[in-house]
Design a binder for this molecule. Structure first.
Ligand SMILES: Cc1cc2nc3c(=O)[nH]c(=O)nc-3n(C[C@H](O)[C@H](O)[C@H](O)COP(=O)(O)OP(=O)(O)OC[C@H]3O[C@@H](n4cnc5c(N)ncnc54)[C@H](O)[C@@H]3O)c2cc1C
Length: 447
């Protein structure tokens, strides 16, 4: 498809956010009698789903300690539920299984889920938690668990299929998705900071509005837009912390145990909820009994036909390299630097065996293929969703975002109709104002 010389809306990135925004924007323009997607172009330097959205584990959950995150996720779950077939969405639910150190945090999450009408059960106490889990899996054996939050909504979706589903919806409304086009810069008018055109390796596109949804590449586009490299953050102590770097990278640790996905069916033969276990029990090797860690650890897993086994992950690790030097490309499993190693496989498979007897001795079936990928995180590890340079809308999800399929709908509403209350807590100026999200005792940077 030829590159247009002009488009009213240019969306950069054919991942979950770019495509959801384009689809919803086209629908809203059509409803207003303003021509649907004819004026919207999505550009991607790779293909549809060639970024983080195409390798995501695909978990959709509400379990967040931050009220604003929970409300945003509840909204996104409605979008997932609007067309499960197109989004390859499996509404099997999600379970947060926790030790005593997280009990109070998770109890608060449960109470607030009740307040917003998000259906979940909360089981407290070691004996009742074990009984509940054995009711689901008769081989459950994790020790030290004192609470179970069982979200009845959410679950997981098949990564590439769902993103192609989004692309199909956008294209059906007239949006043009152009792949193999790399954005290399921006042009600005004389009297304002607004961007007047997007420069690409295949030519220049004049435009009125830009939406950036480039996932792990957000720092590159941020730098092209000459946005601040550091921020001032007003901490909870009231002190200003100056010069905090805007971006950092974490490496996601995920892999697949190549067993029949049916191995992980429930006692009643159903596909189970996604299981997430955090623990402060010592974790011993399922291979030789040696101590793997006596620090807090966490894993998540689900049977997944798309991955062809039981797929999941563990706590990510922070990339120590200076963010200016991090090589995002080649991305994901193709990266020479950011794929998981044997240590991950050993830890994750041993943790599976800690939780359920059926996984004992199964490490030999771990798929020895490159997996994992990096995410680009904000200073507080929560999304920044905001307008910059007057007409550039940036969706920087801080790697929370495959599940956030509804954010594009809210962004489209903001572009056409004004501010969304759900997006307001994610503005860039929260750092300066000290309007930070609360943090939990979870070992993950995203809970
Ligand atoms: C291993 C892994 C597992 C994950 N699991 C989950 C999960 O289970 N649940 C969850 O909610 N989240 C998960 N995430 C996070 C989630 O995948 C991301 O937050 C989300 O997919 C980001 O979506 P996006 O649309 O912003 O970016 P992406 O999906 O990364 O898409 C960005 C696109 O922009 C394109 N692009 C970049 N630069 C340019 C340029 N200069 N010009 C043109 N195009 C460009 C890229 O080619 C890419 O296709 C996971 C992430 C990883 C890495």
């Amino acid at each position: 498809m030829a590159l247009p010389s002009r488009a009213k809306y240019v969306v950069i990135g054919a991942g979950v956010h770019g495509l959801s925004t384009a689809w919803h924007l086209a629908e809203m323009l059509e409803a207003k009698g303003k021509g649907g997607g004819a004026d919207i172009v999505v550009l991607d330097k790779g293909g549809i789903a060639s970024g983080a959205s195409g390798i995501a584990c695909g978990v959709v959950r509400n379990n967040y300690f931050q009220p604003a995150m929970r409300e945003l996720m509840a909204h996104s779950v409605e979008v997932w539920e609007s067309d499960p077939a197109a989004f390859a969405y499996n509404p099997v639910g999600y379970m947060q299984i926790s030790p005593e150190s997280m009990h109070a945090d998770v109890a608060e999450i449960y109470q607030q889920q009740q307040a917003i009408g998000y259906e979940s059960d909360f089981i407290e106490g070691e004996a009742d938690s074990a009984t509940y889990m054995k009711g689901l899996f008769d081989d459950w054996q994790a020790k030290g668990i004192t609470s179970v939050l069982h979200e009845k909504k959410g679950g997981f979706a098949h990564n590439t299929k769902s993103i192609y589903g989004l692309a199909g919806k956008a294209e059906a409304k007239g949006v043009r998705v152009l792949t193999g086009v790399t954005v290399t810069g921006f042009q600005t008018g004389h009297n304002s900071a607004a961007v007047t055109a997007v420069e690409t390796d295949r030519g220049v596109i004049e435009c009125e509005q830009i939406v950036v949804g480039v996932g792990p590449w957000v720092k590159q586009i941020w730098d092209m837009l000459e946005l601040p490299k550091t921020v001032s953050i007003k901490g909870r102590d009231g002190q200003m912390h100056e010069g905090v770097g805007m971006w950092r990278y974490w490496a996601l640790q995920e892999g697949v145990l190549g067993v029949d996905p049916d191995l992980q069916k429930t006692n009643s033969g159903d596909v189970p909820p996604v299981i997430h276990v955090d623990s402060d029990e010592p974790l011993y090797s399922d291979v030789d009994g040696s101590l793997i860690t006596d620090k807090m650890w966490g894993i998540y897993y689900k049977p997944d036909t798309h991955f062809g086994g039981v797929q999941g992950g563990a706590v990510p690790h922070q990339v120590e390299t200076d963010p200016d030097q991090v090589q995002v490309d080649p991305y994901g499993p193709a990266s020479p630097d950011f794929v998981v190693d044997d240590e991950f496989a050993h830890m994750w498979c041993s943790a599976l065996a800690f939780c359920q007897k059926r996984f004992e001795g199964q490490i030999v079936k771990y798929r020895k293929e490159p997996s994992g990928g990096i995410g680009c995180f904000t200073p507080d590890s929560f999304p920044v969703i905001d307008r910059f340079r007057e007409n550039v809308y940036v969706i920087a999800d801080s790697n929370h975002g495959y599940k956030m399929i509804g954010v594009g709908k809210l962004v489209a509403q903001e572009l056409l109709n004004g501010e969304s209350a759900l997006l307001k807590p994610f503005r860039f100026d929260r750092y300066e104002k000290g309007e930070l999200h609360p943090t939990s005792h979870s070992p993950f940077p995203w809970s």
